[in-house]
Design a protein around this ligand. Structure first.
Ligand code: COA
Length: 235
């Protein structure tokens, strides 16, 4: 497994291509993206991620230009026992992508209540740091979110966004979501297959690998910090 120590690892085209052979160039053109569940103890990292979003990104993500104070409140009130927060960490363990799966009773969304007989539906919101966009992180977070829903006995994944959000519309269409546009806003939803042994195993393996990757990054950072504290050592 590769461990990225470069904080620009998610910049499109940032891979060290000089050392690649023609045969494997295609396969490794993009760094591998590991999606991991974000634990409650990472609220501060979540806050840092959201505060870095500029006004237009905040508008796209939250439907309104949330000021810092309300973003802080949003993060403080994230309910980790009910919802699932998915993240992509860079080499410095900063969150460069965050997907929030909010679970709610189906009656909470009358628009799609008739689309399912399951008790709960899930609403997905996603954001990727500006410097990490275009590398597939948003798509990976979405795919993992859909898999998590499936495995949690939820068959309807819902997204509400501005109809002008071309990138998100592209990701939604690519995933086969049904999109309903109304007054400049768009409701998109996806019917999911029931869980299967392979979907459960796949999610568990992805989580394990992402956790291992996270641990390796944390250890690398700790080792570099330690070495940096040795007089005369230059990193
Ligand atoms: C939407 C967002 C999450 C996408 O993240 P990302 O990591 O850049 O997304 P990806 O790299 O996985 O995919 C981007 C796709 O959109 C396409 N795309 C980019 N800009 C586009 C545009 N203007 N029109 C159409 N497609 C566009 C890319 O070509 C890529 O497609 P591909 O995978 O088929 O090549 C990110 O732009 C973001 O955080 N925006 C602000 C917040 C937001 O809009 N959130 C969504 C509301 S819930």
């Amino acid at each position: 497994m590769e461990v990225a120590v470069n904080s620009n690892e998610f910049l499109p085209g940032s891979q060290g291509e000089a050392s690649l052979t023609e045969d494997n160039r295609e396969q490794v053109a993009r760094p591998t993206i590991r999606v991991k569940e974000v634990p409650e103890r990472d609220r501060r990292r979540l806050l840092m991620h959201f505060l870095e979003l500029n006004d237009s990104d905040r508008l796209l993500r939250f439907g309104t230009v949330l000021p810092d104070e309300l973003i802080t409140r949003y993060v403080q009130h994230l309910d980790f026992s009910r919802d699932t927060v998915l993240g992509v960490y860079d080499a410095k363990l900063r969150l460069v992508g965050v997907g929030h799966l909010a679970f709610a009773p189906r009656e909470a969304r009358p628009v799609i209540a008739s689309a399912t007989i399951k008790e709960r539906i899930a609403e997905f919101g996603v954001s990727v740091s500006e410097s990490a966009r275009g590398a597939g992180i948003g798509t990976k977070l979405f795919e993992r979110g859909a898999m998590h829903c499936r495995n949690a006995d939820v068959d309807t994944l819902y997204m509400h966004c501005l109809a002008s959000n071309q990138t998100m519309m592209h990701i939604a269409k690519k995933a086969g979501m049904a999109i309903h546009r109304d007054h400049g806003e768009a409701d998109a939803y996806l019917k999911l297959e029931p869980a299967s042994p392979s979907s459960v195993l796949k999610e568990a393996v992805q989580e394990q690998v992402a956790s291992l990757d996270y641990t390796l990054k944390a250890n690398t950072r700790a080792a570099l910090k330690l070495l940096g504290s040795i007089p005369g050592f230059k990193s």
